[in-house]
Design a protein around this ligand. Structure first.
Ligand code: XMP
Length: 514
């Protein structure tokens, strides 16, 4: 996907939480973008011949010692540059303007006065509009040759540009939704300032991806482990589109999937997509191995190790395969910090596949963000249930059962979990909730149903909102939804006599219970 013909905007990361957001906004404008470290040299930039460069914000003051800088020779490459926030201050400082600590920062919504529209702001004739600011230092003078295009009450040069050299800078954050004209301003930079065309579309992503996969695999055989999750599903569908019957998928049914999920995977891939699928029914082996295991770490280890064993056995039967498909996404690549080291992301998979497996990796989603993966999946005809599937831990329901994992206890949890998801879906809350599921603890308590005293398990309902699972808040589910879940679980799931709702955020809790 990163082949030379794709015009690329490089987003130089100065340590802000905004770099990823900028990259995504650029892609929303249908221009391909990648994040690069701020240590990138002019020679490296020249080598990549980007369509434009965007300098992100950053947490430091440009005036403190050791604050990150851009290789100044980059400004002379003739590549269009947009500096944002810290990036704007760098443009000012490195090209001869002035950045000062005026003692007055600006944070949050701020009035921007357009004084001289220029290229970036020409849709906004002298007027004011709202922008989002987050800075302490102030650009008091733009460098020679630049025209100041906007100011705020505290920043004399809040936007400035040298259209001839195609260098632009804005102190505010166009990438956040709190700047209502932000996306339009970014697009002006991309289309008018830098001359990019909006050619990076879903179709072009798929076409290029298919081409790259064909080039890599040739006429060799390739295998792909399906987890039921969106990443491996979309990766498999893409590879299948590229090399058809050269692909064999392996689906290990651990017995720890959610209700009917195994069948759905088989139905989708074998019947609808026509993919060669090895369906390994391994539930008995997992239950046998899990008997008596109650320690959470040991449980994970047991599931992970057996998964590898079973997968290897299945893959061993496909010994002529040279390639293994991996659903690595762009955020995994950025976070690992070593974009070129193709490593299997162990903690994201069921226990991880062994690194000594003798396969070459095919990673067709390496350049994509999650929302883009979903779009590709939809375009390739995968059903909504897979494309919009909530994150599900590799070890499956094994990490949502406290205490021993037995077939009976898994059946109780599957049933209760299906009710929870069903009611969340019926209430139309599916997409705004990050994850909603049921947990089975290893306590029982007394209740009364009809005339009978019961001694049964409670089910704990967990529903959270989150952006990235790093932090999460418990979802404020409407009482009537909670009530329907509760009464259905108690009426329909034998062995359960109470429903509790978990109101812990993360931190201090985790999303999963185990
Ligand atoms: P926690 O429980 O740590 O979970 O707050 C954060 C996110 O990670 C998912 N999760 C896993 N995903 N293998 C996975 O593929 C795992 O072992 C695993 N454990 C937790 C969890 O569902 C949540 O989205």
């Amino acid at each position: 996907m990163t082949d030379e013909v794709t015009p690329t905007v490089l987003v130089v990361d100065f340590g802000a939480q905004y770099a990823q957001l900028i990259a995504r906004r650029v892609r929303e404008a249908h221009v391909y973008s990648e994040i690069v470290p701020h240590t990138i040299t002019a020679a490296e930039v020249a080598d990549r011949a980007p369509a434009a460069i965007i300098l992100s914000g950053g947490p430091k003051s440009v005036n403190v010692e050791g604050a990150p800088r851009l290789d100044p020779a980059i400004y002379d490459l003739g590549v269009p540059v947009l500096g944002i926030c810290y990036g704007a201050q760098l443009v000012a400082l490195q090209l001869g303007g002035e950045v000062a600590g005026t003692g007055k920062g600006e944070y949050g919504r701020t009035r921007l006065e357009v004084t001289n529209p220029g290229v970036l702001l020409h849709e906004y004739p002298p007027a004011t509009h709202d922008v989002w600011m987050s800075h302490f230092d102030s650009i008091v003078a733009a460098p020679d040759g630049f025209t100041v295009t906007a100011r705020t009450a505290d920043v004399p040069a809040a936007a400035f540009e040298d259209a001839d050299r195609r260098l632009f800078a804005v102190q505010f954050h166009p990438e956040v939704h709190h700047t209502p004209q932000g996306q339009a301003i970014l697009e002006r930079f991309l289309y008018e300032g830098a001359g990019c065309s909006p050619s990076w579309t879903m179709r072009s992503i798929i076409d290029q991806s298919v081409e790259a996969i064909r080039a890599q695999i040739g006429d060799e055989k390739v295998i792909c482990g399906l987890s039921g999750g969106v990443d491996s599903a979309v990766a498999a569908a893409l590879v299948h589109k590229a090399v058809g019957a050269q692909l064999t998928c392996v689906f290990v049914d651990t017995g720890l999937m959610r209700k009917d999920e195994g069948d759905q995977v088989v139905e989708t891939f074998r019947r609808h997509q026509g993919i060669e699928l090895v369906h390994v029914r391994a539930a008995d082996r997992f239950f046998e191995r899990l008997a008596g295991v109650v320690d959470p770490e040991e449980k994970r280890k047991t599931i992970g190790e057996l998964f590898i064993r079973v997968f290897e056995e299945a893959a061993g039967g496909l010994s002529d395969a040279r390639f293994l498909v991996q659903g690595t996404l762009y955020p995994d690549v950025i976070e690992s910090g070593t974009p070129d080291a193709a490593k299997i992301k162990s903690h994201h998979n069921v226990g991880g596949l062994p690194e000594d497996m003798d396969f070459e990796l095919v990673e067709p989603l390496r350049a994509l963000f999650k929302d883009e993966v979903r779009e590709v999946g939809r375009e390739l005809g995968l059903p909504d249930e897979i494309v919009w599937r909530q994150p599900f831990p590799g070890p499956g329901l094994g990490v949502r059962i406290i205490g021993e994992v037995t077939p009976e206890r898994v059946a109780i949890l599957q049933h209760a979990d299906a009710v929870v998801r069903d009611e969340i879906k019926a209430a139309g809350l599916e997409r705004e909730i990050w994850q909603a599921f049921a947990v089975l603890p290893d306590i029982r308590s007394v209740g009364v149903m009809g005339d009978e005293r019961t001694y049964a398990y409670p089910i704990i309902v967990r529903a959270v909102t989150s952006e990235d699972a790093m932090t999460a808040d418990w979802a404020r589910l409407p009482y009537d939804v909670l009530e329907r879940i509760s009464s259905r679980v108690i009426n329909e799931v034998r062995g359960v006599n109470r429903v509790a709702y978990d109101i812990t955020s993360k931190p201090p809790g985790t999303i999963e219970w185990e």
